[in-house]
Design a binder for this molecule. Structure first.
Ligand SMILES: Cc1ncc(COP(=O)(O)O)c(C=O)c1O
Length: 430
């Protein structure tokens, strides 16, 4: 079964030119996919084609190039809406990355609708991109941030008895516990990631929505790590906002996506102001543009958006069934090999259930940065550090971890290379 899946994915390797390069004379083994993914030839070609044949600014010109560029840009919006199961193209906003998309929610929705004393719930496992905007918003308006805790495996505590621990930080008390216990009649937003960039855990968004919806609480999901690895249907998930980044799902750098429910977006003021987001400006008045352009001020990364459409098409053609089977099989293999290494501490679950191929670990006596440096000498790219997740690191009791993250073009040989690189590092430094 596993061999058949891997054989099916072998052709895919040829689509990624960068995988043919060497690093320090060794075959590149790219295991930093949670940071950014490599691009298939089709995406690279789409960028080149745009600049060679179409380059023009959108929405404004009436010449052929401007019309072609506008058409391609707006066609990608249709494709993105379809890809994520949005009910209309107006619900898809292009941003420069997931961070900007999440800030857009906090600023446009949060500043407008939250009042002093209102409560925002985030999880301890958030990337700073879905933590800091909410902390900042709370400071600005006098709202309260509460934090969902994790259990011993690293999974979010959704239901259960009150696990309340009071912490003092900057003279403020932050309540941390299971989601159900944190919700009150002042809870306005739950901002939560769909998958952890550190532990690889896929969070139970359906359970979050089930608690939030009946109480009229907004659910804003950071889908940056989940969207590259699983079919997302925002309608079926029942979320109000969903954010992700093109570059983590085979697309170019510089493009993010925000899905927002139309009724909500319609009520929000713009996040950034300027050209393209207005219908009419007089000395006295401004009339905002319609959705989605109200939230797209200034010239976007047009080529990037167009090439992002090609990345989505690439994923669609490979198919979620094959991608999921391959990643699950590869992840299970990597997990089985990693946990056999003596001296290695793995953070997060030891099964692939509701989990992605993102593995954070430390080796006894070896700093994560030293590990990453030694692996780099072997041509193996992993990440080391705190992964923009300081609260989670503090909760795990570590300053840094090494992280290997897999994607559809990784192979069993990549796992084997990682394991032998780790064994070499242990011999040298452990
Ligand atoms: C879970 C998660 N959210 C948000 C982000 C921010 O993504 P970007 O830097 O593309 O804005 C990242 C990046 O690693 C992430 O892993």
């Amino acid at each position: 079964m596993m061999c058949k899946i891997w054989a099916g994915m072998n052709n895919i390797l040829n689509d990624f030119p960068i995988l043919k390069r060497t690093v320090h004379g060794k075959r590149l083994v790219y295991l930093d996919n949670a940071a950014t993914t490599q691009k298939p030839r089709a995406v690279i070609d789409a960028l080149e084609y745009f600049y060679e044949h179409t380059n023009a600014n959108i929405h404004r010109g009436i010449h052929t190039l401007a019309e072609e560029a506008t058409l391609q840009y707006e066609k990608t919006r249709d494709e993105t809406a379809q890809f994520f199961g949005a009910s209309s193209r107006e619900e898809i906003i292009f941003t420069k990355n997931a961070t900007e998309a999440l800030n857009l929610i906090a600023c446009a929705y949060g500043r407008t609708f939250l009042k002093p004393g209102d409560e925002i719930i985030v999880s301890i496992a958030e990337h700073h991109a879905n933590f800091v905007p909410w902390q900042q918003l709370a400071r600005e308006i006098g709202a309260i941030v509460k934090v969902i805790d994790i259990d011993l495996e690293g999974r979010l505590c959704i239901h259960g008895t009150k696990n309340k621990e009071q912490r003092t930080k900057n003279k403020r008390e932050v309540e941390i516990g299971c989601l159900e216990s944190l919700i009150t009649n002042r809870t306005r937003i739950i901002a939560i990631s769909h998958a952890s960039n550190v532990l690889g855990i896929v969070h139970d968004i359906a359970a979050v929505v089930a608690l939030a919806r009946p109480r009229g609480i907004i659910v804003a999901v950071d889908g940056t790590q989940a969207a590259p690895h699983m079919e997302i249907n925002v309608g079926k998930l029942g979320v109000d906002f969903y954010a992700c980044s093109s570059h983590k799902m085979l697309g170019p750098l510089g493009v993010g996506v925000l899905y927002g429910r139309r009724e909500i977006l319609n009520k929000c003021p713009p996040f950034i102001t300027g050209g393209d987001m207005i219908k009419r400006v007089t000395l006295e008045k401004i009339e905002w543009n319609d959705l989605p352009w109200k939230f797209e001020a200034g010239t976007p990364d047009i080529a990037g958006v167009v090439a992002f459409g090609v990345a989505l098409e690439y994923i669609r053609k490979v198919g979620w069934r094959l991608i999921n089977q391959h990643e699950q099989a590869l992840g299970a293999y990597a997990l089985s090999q990693l946990i056999q290494l003596s001296g290695l501490t793995l953070y997060g679950p030891r099964s692939m259930e509701h989990r992605l191929g993102v593995f954070s670990f430390n080796f006894k006596g070896i700093h994560a940065h030293d590990l990453a440096t030694i692996l780099d000498e072997e041509g193996i790219a992993i990440r080391s550090g705190s992964h923009c997740a300081h609260p989670l690191m503090e909760r795990l009791g570590v300053h840094a971890t090494a992280r290997a993250s897999f994607y559809l073009y990784n192979t069993k040989e990549d796992v084997d290379a990682l394991i032998s690189g780790l064994m070499k590092a242990r011999k040298m430094l452990g």
